[in-house]
Design a protein around this ligand. Structure first.
Ligand code: ADP
Ligand code: MG
Length: 383
């Protein structure tokens, strides 16, 4: 596609990635998470069509697909070939809409993104939410943001087949500029909280993308479900680890197989950390919040065991640098990024020092960049 024509598109959508500051692996245990939408995003340009068909170009891949709404269930394009993997995200959004009997008008679209793929910054949810926002506008759905997030989660869980929680789509759809989002994945209540004054966020992308991430993710989910199944014999009404108090966990942990106990301990303690973190955000306590990030990382490393030595090194080095309040692995793990809370006036020095020290220690390069808490997805122009 000729990219020069993009700006002339009548509809232009921006949809951000996200970084989670604390509350890792708790979203599928009905816990509270603390993500922000970031200033890295999908940009989507679209033209309505009169015919009931969709033509999408993935600009970063140089690929175009066409599909009809009648072929969504079979995941086939207009030539009856299987849709490529990337097209399952937008097609999944249309499929989920069809299941809710929402109207669907055809369109031609092109999108690009500067969110690194598979690094824990949720490039996939940003793609889904971009298309949901487009279809919401094109078809006059008037869906509340959270329902849009749900629609996208359906697309990812059922159509793409990735069993993620709701956090990614929530952050991309509902983020508030300059704010950390407290999102309760059980009650679905959310609230924007300010970042501690004088702080900035820095992301370090290790560049490591481990293929075992998916199977390990499923294993961790199973461990959590096993813990609930075993402990519910003693605690009637226990539906998820969200219902398990720290006291009950410590009292009953011997009933669990050793590995299961370690996984469950991460979850219940991480949920407690998030509660304290929210209080520290409310009182603007940057050092206190950062300490919880370091503690959260140690727990992901030692109890939940989803870190890697390279990621641990990034967190350790960050902890020795001036102005760093906290650092931790963010995202599901086995690679991806760390997120760092840093004194705003020290960000430049922090970035250079982290890159240099990591290179000297490991011989590897790391991409380090500052990021801002941005607003959730929206239509930028509609003529
Ligand atoms: P992440 O943690 O970044 O969300 P996922 O594996 O969940 O990683 O999703 C990545 C997938 O999303 C890619 O393999 C691709 O199918 C799709 N995707 C993300 N960004 C783009 C893009 N810019 N262009 C095309 N497809 C994309
Ligand atoms: Mg994803």
């Amino acid at each position: 596609m000729n990219t020069e024509g993009l700006e002339s598109a009548p509809i232009h959508v921006r949809s951000p990635g996200r970084v989670n500051l604390l509350g890792e692996h708790v979203d599928y245990n009905q816990g509270v998470v603390l993500p922000i939408a970031i200033d890295r995003q999908v940009e989507l340009f679209a033209w309505p069509l009169d015919q009931p068909r969709v033509e999408i170009t993935a600009l970063d891949l140089g690929e175009t697909v066409e599909f009809a709404f009648t072929n969504l269930e079979q995941k086939l394009d207009r030539g009856h070939r299987p849709l490529p993997a990337w097209a399952l995200y937008p097609a999944g959004v249309a499929w989920a809409a069809q299941h809710q009997t929402l109207p669907l008008q055809g369109f031609r679209a092109a999108f690009r993104s500067n969110i690194p793929i598979g690094s824990g910054l949720s490039s996939s949810a940003a793609v889904e939410v971009a298309f949901a926002v487009l279809c919401n506008a094109l078809n006059g759905w008037n869906l509340p943001l959270l329902e849009m997030a749900h629609l996208c989660q359906q697309a990812e869980n059922v159509y793409v087949g990735v069993h993620s929680g709701l956090m990614d789509q929530f952050a991309s759809a509902c983020g508030v500029q300059g704010s950390v989002m407290r999102f309760d994945t059980r009650s679905l209540e959310y609230q924007a909280l300010p970042l501690p004054p004088g702080t900035a966020l820095v992301i370090a992308d290790s560049g490591l993308r481990r293929s075992l991430a998916n199977s390990a993710y499923n294993e961790r989910r199973e461990d959590c479900e096993r813990a609930v199944a075993i402990l519910s014999q003693d605690l009637s009404g226990l539906q998820s680890l969200r219902d398990l108090s720290l006291e009950d966990f410590y009292r009953l942990q011997n009933k669990l197989p050793e590995v299961t106990a370690r996984r469950a301990r991460h979850i219940v303690e991480e949920m407690a950390r998030v509660d304290i973190a929210v209080e520290r955000l409310k009182s603007g306590d940057a050092a206190g919040f950062g300490a919880l990030m370091f503690a959260g990382h140690a727990s992901l490393r030692d109890l939940f065991q989803v870190s890697l030595p390279e990621i641990d090194a990034l967190v350790e080095i960050a902890g020795t640098l001036p102005g760093c309040y906290g650092a931790r692995l963010t995202g599901a793990g086995f690679g991806g990024c760390t997120v760092n809370l840093v004194q705003a006036h020290r960000v430049g020095g922090f970035i250079t020092a982290l890159q240099d020290r990591y290179r000297a220690q490991s011989g590897r390069e790391v991409q380090v960049f500052a990021c801002e808490a941005s607003a959730g997805a929206s239509i930028l122009e509609k003529l």
